[in-house]
Design a protein around this ligand. Structure first.
Ligand SMILES: [Zn+2]
Length: 170
């Protein structure tokens, strides 16, 4: 910090504080003398809150097709792939739903890589929660026993918006 910057800092009483309480003690009367500054801050915060939060892009395909469900159930042996009652076991119930492992509403893709066969109960219990890394590992591990050899076993895939064809052409 050069001398002139230090001088400016020292001369601005609000910045020459030793504790947050002291800062607060100095800021309050300063804001009472300069109400426009308070209005400016409130206005700026209001404007910032209007900026829409960036949401994960959603797959335009909401539901798995009949073919995807059939393929997903077959590769799971028509059985739910989620956890059973006993730790480290697999649910015994028959597959009834194609579960978006990364929830569709959270940017999960409607692809086979994001497909996990689920019974009605497990599907309802998982709802639209993001899967834990532990659950991901357990499913990937138990899939070694029943999954086709050439298919990646780790479940979960996010939807990636395809590049615009106009942009990729040169
Ligand atoms: Zn189940």
């Amino acid at each position: 910090m050069d001398a002139s910057t230090a001088d400016i800092f020292a001369s601005t009483s609000a910045f020459a504080f030793t504790s947050y309480f002291e800062l607060f003690e100095r800021l309050v009367p300063w804001f009472m003398e300069n109400p426009w500054a308070f209005g400016l801050i409130v206005g700026a915060l209001a404007l910032i809150s209007l900026i829409p939060a960036r949401r994960a892009p959603r797959d335009p395909m909401r539901a798995f097709s009949r073919e995807q469900r059939r393929e997903g159930f077959t590769r799971a042996g028509n059985r739910c792939e989620f956890d059973g009652w006993v730790p480290f076991t697999r649910c015994e119930s028959p597959a009834a739903h194609g579960d978006h492992f990364v929830p569709w509403s959270k940017g999960g893709a409607t692809t086979m890589a994001n497909f996990v066969a689920a019974c009605a109960r497990c599907n309802r219990r998982k709802a639209s929660r993001r899967p834990s890394s532990g659950l991901t590992e357990r499913i990937a591990h138990r899939r070694q026993r029943y999954f086709p050899q050439d298919v990646p076993r780790t479940p979960g895939q996010r939807f990636v918006r395809p590049r615009s064809p106009r942009l990729s052409k040169t």
